[in-house]
Design a protein. Structure first.
Length: 100
């Protein structure tokens, strides 16, 4: 059974894409670990703790939306999402409880 060059070429491209995807995933994991270290180092300092407390207050994380303006609601949601997606998941439990 022989495989034509076109099929072999497609298979090689798919394998190359798979390897590229694995490399990107590995790089992303490394960047997330680095981000986690940075966020926790910052939160562990007195200034960092203050910064995160102000961020939580500014993001209106624990406030009820009483606004009827859709633009303001969207802005408030964006503030919350930033903290909830980019900061909170990476904080250690002790630091998180101290800040929030």
């Amino acid at each position: 059974m022989s495989v034509d060059k076109e099929t072999l070429s497609v298979v090689n491209k798919l394998l190359a894409q798979r390897e590229s995807a694995k490399a990107k995933e590995k790089e992303l994991i490394e960047k997330q670990e680095e981000w986690k270290l940075v966020v926790n180092r910052l939160a562990a300092t007195a200034d960092g703790e203050y910064f995160f407390q102000v961020m939580v207050k500014y993001s209106k994380l624990f406030q009820v939306d009483n606004e009827y303006n859709p633009a303001i609601l969207l802005e408030d949601k964006a503030k919350r999402e930033f903290y909830l997606k980019h900061m909170r998941p990476y904080l250690d439990k002790k630091l998180k409880s101290k800040i929030e």
